[in-house]
Design a protein around this ligand. Structure first.
Ligand code: FES
Length: 131
């Protein structure tokens, strides 16, 4: 094996460093309204709840087959914070991405955090994502 091959093998096996990307200002987010951000060519719907919690899920509604979830209706079912698709109104758990009306349907969820007035999302390589 050449030196170059050895180096690239080491890169492949080393745990990936966490990469957080700045996506918007916290003050850009209105409570209970979503915004759509583009991260690595992917549309992500970011939500802020009344209590100031942040959630980030794919903007793609797999039931309605359209990029609309940032326009969804934020609410809750019991303790579960939800977004309902503007198309067919099915509700997704914002924490897990699971569809409460069709449990076999899951949205990819993204780690999101606030730093001062900025909102950051962690890049998650597609193979590591749930679902
Ligand atoms: S979100 Fe596009 S029609 Fe409602």
């Amino acid at each position: 094996m050449t030196e170059l091959q050895t180096a690239s093998a080491a890169v492949l096996t080393r745990p990936r460093a966490e990469v957080w990307r700045d996506v918007c200002a916290f003050s850009d987010l209105m409570p209970e309204r979503g915004v759509c951000v583009l991260l690595g060519g992917e549309q992500i719907a970011v939500f802020r709840t009344w209590s100031g919690e942040l959630h980030a899920v794919s903007n793609y509604d797999p039931v309605g087959r359209a990029y609309v979830l940032s326009r969804g209706i934020v609410g809750s079912r019991g303790e579960v914070p939800t977004v309902a698709s503007p198309l067919y109104k099915q509700a997704f758990d914002l924490r897990t991405g699971r569809c409460l009306d069709q449990p076999e349907v899951m949205l990819p969820v993204f780690p999101v955090r606030r730093r001062g007035d900025r909102v950051e999302i962690r890049e998650v390589p597609a193979p590591e994502r749930a679902p």
